[in-house]
Ligand binder design. Structure first.
Ligand SMILES: N[C@@H](CCC(=O)N[C@@H](CS)C(=O)NCC(=O)O)C(=O)O
Length: 196
């Protein structure tokens, strides 16, 4: 049985829950009260020195970084559809996983953390930086989804789960996707609804 250290508004935790639900992997959630600073307390720092959720635990094995957790679960449970083995297909999934962490996520955090979760403490300059970068990021998604139902082909992979969790997060700031990205996102939501 896996334990996932989790916070309900975390896009990084959400993508892991999505995979476990969709793949039927048994797990339990351990709520981390981030709104009370539990993620910065010594007990949690011992689990993840980065003071971040999610953290996956399985016996004495502990893993942080959401995309590493997704890959680990796919390997452990032979989820080849979610993380295909052929080198080029896997590389395409990895490309989007890395793009999500390096390109989309910082922009989403700039906007959503600062305009929603930090309230009065949010930095308007950071929000402006995020809003300026967002159209370029969304255009890249839009281009990818113009001729493909999912990011790495005709079927969903962990890349879609990872990116979709950030699109959900943008919804907190009332930002919705359009064009080809909108039906893709609806497909992702429908998958998750069907699994829960
Ligand atoms: N790269 C990490 C990012 C995790 C992350 O940023 N988690 C946020 C919640 S969505 C967090 O715990 N933030 C608290 C902090 O950074 O102190 C991952 O993919 O797991």
């Amino acid at each position: 049985m896996y334990t996932l250290y989790h916070f309900p508004h975390s896009q990084h935790a959400r993508r892991v829950v999505s995979l476990m639900e969709l793949a039927g992997i048994p797990y339990q959630l351990q709520h981390v009260a981030m709104d009370e600073g539990e993620h910065a307390a010594p007990a949690f720092l011992a689990r993840n020195p980065n003071h971040q959720v999610p953290v996956l635990e399985q016996g004495d094995f502990r893993l942080w970084e959401s995309n590493a957790i997704l890959r680990y679960l796919c390997e452990q449970h032979n989820l080849d559809a979610w993380y295909p083995r052929p080198a080029r297909q896997r590389a395409r999934v990895d490309q989007w996983l890395d793009w999500n962490q390096c390109r989309l996520a910082p922009t989403v955090v700039d906007i959503v953390l600062h305009s929603v979760f930090l309230g009065d403490q949010g930095d308007p300059q950071v929000i402006a930086r995020g809003r300026q970068a967002l159209p370029e990021r969304l255009a890249i998604l839009e281009q990818a989804l113009a001729d493909s139902a999912f990011l790495a082909g005709d079927t969903p992979t962990i890349a879609d789960l990872s990116v979709a969790s950030n699109i959900t997060q943008l919804g907190y700031a009332d930002i919705a996707v359009s064009g080809h990205t909108a039906p893709w996102y609806q497909r992702m939501l429908a998958l998750e609804t069907a699994a829960t």
